[in-house]
Design a protein around this ligand. Structure first.
Ligand code: NOJ
Length: 555
């Protein structure tokens, strides 16, 4: 596990990183232009959101050609140069493999529509029920029914997402061969990392049946035993042939038991999983499109069980607060305004020092926050726009619905990176596809000049590389009932040393009593986001607003 435990992965949303040709859209040459910045941060690998040929109905998660770069982002030559430039600084590439579904513009779907039987078998095509209703009552995750009419035929095709994203039928071995072929094509270009989009929904039940409620509905197509078989097969046929490959499966609402199987090295499936349970603690009754403060005790409980049980079971977690589907974590779990910097650092330390492989979403390292848009016209994301309509249909006023979209929209993290305080945040000279806001206060130039968050991330990355306790240690949480502090210890069986991490999740000072083994211990301070002088822990410890502290105990 060592190599994986020492890695830190940075996520770049190419559309919003840097626009080299000033057309308002970020591109591959824009990433090449910022290599020095990436080098400075010292990450090991970059996960890029999809830049394959796509109509962009779901920002590239609707792939029309898995083997070509969309001209919006550049050319294959640009990609090859990017691989080479990143290799020079020892940074690997992780590509986003969207293989549960493809765009309806993909030639597979087009051939199927034209009547080619071989390709019709790539999709879930079903006739309407006898009463004329849709084949099942399933709902698309972006709103509306999960079935759309298949051309002029009597059939409907399944799409768990947008109607332009047709689900591929993984029961068909030809589809699984296509998946391995895509992965191997990019391996041939020097790619060693793969993130598999919603991969745990590839195992739909053989016979598609109606569900009686949303929870049962998910179970009909999520985490079914056959997904493990598919992953083992894909592993054998592609990335598993490379000992240094790094893979992550996006596994929304998966379980710990399944995740152990997905990631335990002896199972030969994936290196790690993204699960989203900790990012649902600000959902009211499990519903995303609501506005609710986060439940800290629930957050702690989720981290505790996932961290401890994955450790006991030999599984491996991906650690993350942010990605392109989530509002920025500072707005959810930290604070904007006075404590933005301290809370950004606290969130970073609390996450990075746990057991797993940390992911940093672009902008997180400068303390980026959600944009402040004033109207629905500023939003682009298909899910947000659909949700706005649905919320109004359900009886909310425009203003109420807008307030919810503002808090939960995926566009919150998709805004262009703030490089400077200039118009368009130094991202482009052209009006960007999504507008930046607040770049006067938060931008890379200023952060590198006199900020502290970027340095703090560099230290966290450094610590993971130098401290075996962080990269390989076991984990045990403590102060489980404390309403304000998140605390854990990292330890190794063969070592007497330990690392203890304490983080105050609120803007109020808070005192906690330390457990017996920690009281009055001599410690080395590894990291703190406040000036710290004492190297002895007392019986109690008082943490300032959003303070985080990592110390090493000699025994
Ligand atoms: C998860 C991706 O992260 C998200 O952006 C996308 O819309 C869905 N999968 C569908 O591909």
């Amino acid at each position: 596990m060592t190599a994986l435990g020492k890695k830190v992965i940075y996520q770049i949303y190419p559309k919003s990183f840097y626009d080299s040709n000033n057309d308002g859209i970020g591109d591959l040459r824009g990433i090449i232009a910022k290599i020095d910045y990436i080098k400075k941060l010292n990450v090991d690998m970059i996960w890029f959101n999809p830049f394959f040929v796509s109509p962009q109905n779901d920002n590239g998660y609707d792939v029309a050609d898995y083997y070509k770069i969309d001209p919006l982002f550049g050319t294959m030559a640009d990609f090859e140069e990017l691989v080479a430039k990143l290799k020079e600084i020892n940074v690997g590439i992780m590509l986003d493999m969207v293989l549960n579904h493809c765009s309806t513009s993909n030639e597979w779907f087009q051939k199927a529509l034209a009547g080619d039987k071989k390709y019709q078998d790539y999709f879930y095509l079903r006739k309407a029920k006898k009463d004329g209703s849709l084949p099942t009552n399933w709902q698309s995750k972006f709103g509306g029914p999960a079935w759309s009419k298949f051309g002029q035929t009597d059939y409907y095709y399944l799409h768990l997402y947008d109607p332009s994203q047709a689900d591929l039928d993984w029961h068909n071995p030809e589809v699984r061969k296509e998946a391995a072929k895509v992965v191997n094509f990019w391996r041939g270009k020097g790619v060693q990392g793969f993130r598999f989009d919603v991969i745990n929904v590839t195992g739909k039940a053989e016979t598609l049946v109606d569900s009686t409620n949303p929870v049962e509905e998910k179970a009909l197509y999520t985490d079914t035993p056959v997904v493990h078989q598919y992953l083992k097969e894909l592993n054998r046929a592609s990335f598993g042939q490379d000992q240094n490959s790094v893979t992550v499966g996006e596994m929304s609402s998966t379980t710990i038991e399944n995740s152990i199987e997905y990631t335990k090295p002896s199972e030969h499936e994936l290196s790690m999983v993204f699960n989203f349970h900790h990012l649902k603690v600000d959902y009211q009754n499990g519903q995303k499109w609501t506005k609710e403060p986060f439940d800290f005790m629930q957050l702690k409980q989720i981290f505790t069980s996932w961290q401890e049980k994955m450790d006991e079971g030999g599984g491996w977690n991906a650690l993350f607060w942010n990605n392109h589907d989530q509002p920025m974590a500072i707005n959810r779990f930290g604070a904007t305004g006075k404590y933005r910097v301290k809370s950004a650092e606290m969130l970073a330390a609390a996450l990075h020092l746990m057991r797993g492989t940390p992911f940093i979403y672009m902008g997180e390292e400068i303390g980026a926050v959600n944009p402040t848009y004033s109207s629905m016209k500023d939003y682009v994301d298909i899910e947000s726009i659909n949700a706005f309509t649905e919320l109004k249909k359900a009886g909310m006023s425009e203003q109420e619905a807008f307030e919810i979209v503002k808090t939960k929209s995926r566009d919150n993290s998709r805004t262009p990176m703030h490089w400077t305080k200039d118009q368009y945040a130094g991202f482009s000279k052209h009006k960007p596809w999504l507008m930046p806001t607040g770049q006067a206060e938060i931008n890379v130039a200023q952060e590198l000049k006199d900020g502290e968050i970027f340095n703090f991330y560099q230290k966290l990355i450094q610590l993971r590389k130098s401290e075996e306790l962080i990269s390989d240690g076991h984990i045990k949480m403590f102060l489980n009932n404390d309403p304000q502090v998140f605390a854990y210890v990292r330890y190794l069986q063969h070592q007497s040393q330990k690392i203890v991490v304490l983080s105050n999740f609120y803007g109020k000072k808070h005192e906690v009593e330390l457990p017996d083994g920690l009281k009055n211990q001599q410690v080395e301070i590894l990291l703190s986001n406040y000036a710290k002088t004492s190297s002895t822990l007392g019986e109690k410890i008082s943490l300032r607003p959003y303070e985080t502290l990592a110390v090493k105990l000699a025994k």
